[in-house]
Structures are given as structure tokens and as C-alpha cells.
Design a protein around this ligand. Structure first.
Ligand SMILES: *Cc1c(COP(=O)(O)O)cnc(C)c1O
Length: 375
């Protein structure tokens, strides 16, 4: 992907906010509990290596990523801390993971048997057994199968180390704890069948770490909280510590024009000026992750909410301005302008989605720039 540095559109990442959020989370943990920073998907759009560095400085002891390539990128950048991939990798890549000291999840004995074909036994592969307790995504469904996999690893210690056991909650961000409690009970039944307790027992995502004390675990997989976002959206407003949003998004007017009543704007001519108006053009579009369905939402110019009029194009969109502004005038898409503010949550609410998705959709074409840097 070509990064558009010769364009005023920028994602600004507040490093101090990330540091604060991780530090507060680490400080809230029980003694003996580790925090792994979940930095999959380019750290939810905030920049993998930048967030990795700040998270370690703030007290994280390892990382979780989604895919093997993200883990390899951390190793290539020189990070020596534990790294756990959260998604199932191809057993053919097991040797690569083992060589790079990257831990992987396993959901079935046959995966171990396939991986054993490629593992040379020089360095055992670290395995975290995934347990299906109600998420319905990956993990052992039957205790006997988990036990068989655990026994298989014990019988092949040159190839496998059973380093962890974990599960994932479907409703940790909901005020209703019924499903959550059922999953906790099931997880405990699974852990009980193991002959020895692995080094890491983990269940908590951000929501669980904020609102639950669960499962006698000793590792938190802390994701969206790093970025200062409430995992529940609006559902659970109370937080044990303050989260500071780290991401803002800014651009600038590349063009401003006066139009007369009746002028139409953008594809489909869905907008018609009702009077003489000033219209600004902003160089950001759906190819940058500024979703087409944001038509009708607003951005901030000089402390004014300015409606996004007409369809969002691939690389540009138009706004209605209160009066003429010069080319180069700052446009705030996420962040603060005057006494007005737009959050990722506001954008997500308008687009009918969650802040996670809005952040991840901001494409690699938009440069990420650090502000308030942590040295
Ligand atoms: C993404 C993910 C997390 C992090 O979730 P947050 O809600 O961002 O804290 C934790 N565990 C697993 C298995 C995940 O896939």
C-alpha cells in the first residue's frame, strides 16, 4: 500500500494516552498476573511496532496478535517478549513458529499430529490449548479431547510445550452475566482435567479485566483498552480507571467554493444546495476507511459541525461550510475542535457499527503520526 504523505490527511496517535492506558491496566492487576498487549490488525489501526514499544514501557510483559505474520514482524523488529498468536495457524508453519519462539493456539489433537510432522525437535513449539466454552469460534469442545492433546504433548516434550490454556468470552462487555457465568463454569471443568497446570491460564479480554474477576487466571489479553476505548460502547459506562482515547484523525480543506441554490454535489447528485452555500472538499474517502455510509455525518472545522454532503467518494468527500475558509484550513474528523468533539464511538454510532471496526478500517494509505511521544 502506498502511504499518502503528500496529502494533509493524518491519523494522530497519542503515545502518552497509550502509555497511560496500559500502565493503569497493569496497576489494576492482582499480583502475579501478566498483561499481554493485544496488537493484532496493526494494533487496531494504531501501528503495530509503535504500540508494542509503548506497551512494554508501560508494563506489558508480552503480546497477542491474530496471525503468524504479525508475530514474525515483532520478532523481526527485535522484540524478545512472549508472543501468542490468537488464530489457528497452518500446522505446516509450526516449525517456523517454534524457531521464532512464537506460541500458538491449538483446538484439536490432529493439529498437533500434523505439526509433529514438521517439528524438528530442536526447540519445542509453545502451545496454548483453546477451550470452547460458549464463543463458538475455536477450541476443544470435549474435556477428554483436551486431556488427550495434553497427554500427547507430554509424550512429545521435544516438540511441544503446553504453555497455556485459555478461553474467550462472548458477552464480557454486557451487563447481563448469565452467558459469562456459564462460560466460567465450563472453563473450570476443562482446566480440572489437566494433570499439570500450564504456565499461563487466561480468559480475560479488556472487558473481562475491567468488569469481572474470573477463573483463577494469571494473564490478561488486553486489547481495546490500550487504545482508550470502552469495550462495551455505551452499555457499561463505569470504568475502574480512566481510559484516554489515543487516536484522532485530521485533514485539511483542499478546495472551497461558493455554489448557488440548486447545485448538486457528488455521485448520484443526492445533495442539492437549498441556498447559496460554501462547500469544502476534504481529501479522504472510503478507500481510506472513511465509510460511504457516513454521508450525512459531520466533521469539525474551526469549532463548527459541518455536514458531510453528497456521497463519500473513494478519495474525497464534501462538506457544507458556514462561510468561506481558505485552502489548508484544518478539518477534524475524529478529535476536538474548539469546544466540539467527535469520538470513534460517535463515528461508529452513526455508521451502525462498533469503534473497533472504524479504527481497523482506517487504511494503510493514511499516515500514522505520533504525538505526545514516549521516548
Ligand atoms: C481480540 C482478542 C482479544 C482482545 O479483545 P479486546 O476486546 O480488544 O480487549 C482477546 N482475546 C482474544 C482471543 C481476541 O481475539
Amino acid at each position: 500500500m502506498i502511504v499518502a504523505v503528500h496529502r494533509p490527511t493524518r491519523v494522530l496517535i497519542d503515545e502518552g494516552a497509550i502509555y497511560h492506558n496500559v500502565h493503569a491496566a497493569v496497576a489494576s492487576l492482582d499480583a502475579g498476573t501478566d498483561l499481554f498487549a493485544v496488537i493484532k490488525a496493526d494494533a487496531y489501526g494504531h501501528g503495530l511496532l509503535r504500540v508494542a514499544r509503548i506497551a512494554i514501557a508501560a508494563g506489558a510483559s508480552g503480546f497477542c496478535v491474530a496471525v503468524l505474520d504479525e508475530a514474525l514482524a515483532l520478532r523481526a523488529a527485535g522484540f524478545k517478549q512472549p508472543v501468542l498468536v490468537l488464530g489457528i495457524i497452518d500446522p505446516a508453519d509450526a516449525q517456523l513458529a517454534a524457531e521464532q519462539n512464537i506460541a500458538v493456539p491449538v483446538s484439536e489433537l490432529s493439529w498437533l499430529q500434523d505439526a509433529a510432522q514438521v517439528l524438528d525437535g530442536q526447540r519445542p513449539l509453545k502451545v496454548h490449548t483453546a477451550v470452547e466454552t460458549g464463543m463458538g469460534r475455536i477450541g476443544f469442545t470435549h474435556r477428554a479431547d483436551l486431556r488427550a492433546a495434553s497427554d500427547y504433548m507430554s509424550a512429545h516434550p521435544d516438540q511441544f510445550t503446553h504453555e497455556g490454556i485459555f478461553t474467550h468470552f462472548a458477552t464480557a462487555d454486557s451487563p447481563d452475566t448469565q452467558q459469562f457465568d456459564r462460560q466460567v463454569a465450563r472453563f473450570k471443568e476443562f482446566v480440572a482435567v489437566l494433570a499439570t497446570r500450564p504456565r499461563y491460564v487466561h480468559v480475560a479480554n479488556t472487558a473481562t479485566s475491567l468488569w469481572h474477576r474470573a477463573c483463577d487466571s494469571n494473564l490478561v489479553r488486553f486489547g481495546v483498552g490500550i487504545y482508550g476505548l470502552n469495550p462495551s460502547g455505551h452499555d457499561i459506562p463505569d470504568l475502574p480507571y480512566e481510559l484516554e482515547p489515543a487516536l484522532s484523525l485530521e485533514s485539511a480543506l483542499v478546495f472551497c467554493k461558493h455554489v448557488s441554490k440548486g447545485t448538486t454535489v457528488s455521485y448520484g447528485a443526492t445533495y442539492t444546495a437549498e441556498r447559496d452555500e460554501y462547500i469544502g472538499t476534504v481529501p479522504m474517502g472510503y478507500a481510506d476507511g472513511w465509510l460511504r455510509r457516513l454521508q450525512g455525518f459531520h466533521v469539525l472545522v474551526d469549532g463548527h459541525e459541518c455536514e458531510m454532503i453528497g456521497r463519500v467518494c473513494m478519495d474525497q468527500f464534501m462538506i457544507r461550510l458556514p462561510h468561506a475558509y481558505p485552502r489548508g484550513t484544518k478539518v477534524v474528523l475524529i478529535g476536538r475542535s474548539g469546544d466540539k468533539q467527535i469520538s470513534l464511538q460517535d463515528v461508529a454510532d452513526y455508521a451502525g457499527t462498533i469503534h473497533y471496526e472504524v479504527a481497523c478500517c482506517l487504511s494503510a494509505r493514511v499516515p500514522r503520526v505520533s504525538v505526545n511521544p514516549i521516548s
